[in-house]
Design a protein around this ligand. Structure first.
Ligand SMILES: Nc1ncnc2c1ncn2[C@@H]1O[C@H](COP(=O)(O)OP(=O)(O)OP(=O)(O)O)[C@@H](O)[C@H]1O
Ligand SMILES: [Mg+2]
Length: 240
């Protein structure tokens, strides 16, 4: 299988005044194309720090990060921006949508930087919104949608450029249980289509959708295990 992500002894130290926080002490992991991985671990263990480095939003203090066979530390700011835009789709816990823009405009936004014309952008954004079940909400603004619908808009925005990697930091952190499972259903479909997915979650039942679970603790990988029977499709929610 093709290796898409490789970190070698990645370290990240934040300096705050006279204090140093060693957010990542040494992390070496490999992720192949098409894998579905969950990062777990206690608060402060370094999950978001690692995700931000993998997503080229931040750089390690030491160590090597190889993305698609290229050493990220050799890349210029422009190259990094291009990778973030074309190769990586981000989904955040707080959705990060533009409040005054419609769903269509929110999803079309990354396509502006990618250089597509207006009609093409709208067509691509519409198709992607439709694919996440929001074809009938394209002109709504984020505050006119439910939490789950907002997250689906954010997922559509992450997908619209057809990125090779989807990074989701606690994508269900602000959603109720049923809506969380709907979003996981969507991730399951994306994975089936061949996307590489890495998500951070605190919840065991959400992590169980992933095919591999990496647990971090104190800036180190504590365990890295294959999930022999990932959850597929919807979980029946029992209501009494
Ligand atoms: N920008 C920053 N400046 C200084 N310290 C930081 C910064 N970002 C994170 N840290 C520290 O680095 C450590 C790891 O943080 P990180 O956000 O990666 O944890 P996490 O595993 O994502 O936690 P959570 O589950 O609470 O989201 C923490 O001790 C945190 O306080
Ligand atoms: Mg975090």
């Amino acid at each position: 299988m093709k290796k898409i992500i490789e970190t070698k002894d990645i370290q990240k130290t934040y300096v705050m005044g006279s204090e140093e926080v060693r957010a990542l002490k040494s992390v070496s992991i490999q992720i192949n194309k098409g894998e579905y991985v969950a990062f777990m671990g206690p608060s402060g263990s370094g999950k978001s720090t690692l995700m931000n480095i993998i997503g080229c939003l931040d750089t390690p203090t030491a160590g090597t990060y190889i993305l698609n066979n290229k050493d990220v530390s050799d890349m210029t700011e422009n190259e990094l921006a291009e990778i973030r835009n074309k190769e990586i789709g981000f989904v955040f816990q707080t959705f990060n949508l533009l409040p005054r823009a419609s769903c269509l405009e929110n999803v079309a936004l990354p396509l502006i930087y990618a250089g597509f014309g207006k009609s093409e952008r709208e067509e691509m954004a519409f198709k992607t919104l439709d694919s996440v079940g929001l074809g009938d909400r394209v002109h709504h603004k984020p505050n006119e949608l439910s939490g789950g619908q907002r997250q689906r808009v954010a997922i559509a925005r992450a997908l619209v450029n057809n990125p090779s990697i989807i990074l989701a930091d606690e994508p269900t952190g602000n959603l109720d249980t049923k809506t969380s499972y709907d979003i996981m259903e969507l991730f399951h479909e994306l994975h089936q289509k061949g996307n590489t997915i890495i998500m951070v979650t605190h919840e065991d039942d959400i992590a169980h959708y992933a095919h591999r679970i990496v647990r971090l603790r104190d800036g180190l990988v504590e365990t890295d295990t294959i999930n022999p029977s990932p959850t597929r499709g919807k979980v029946a929610v029992v209501t009494e």
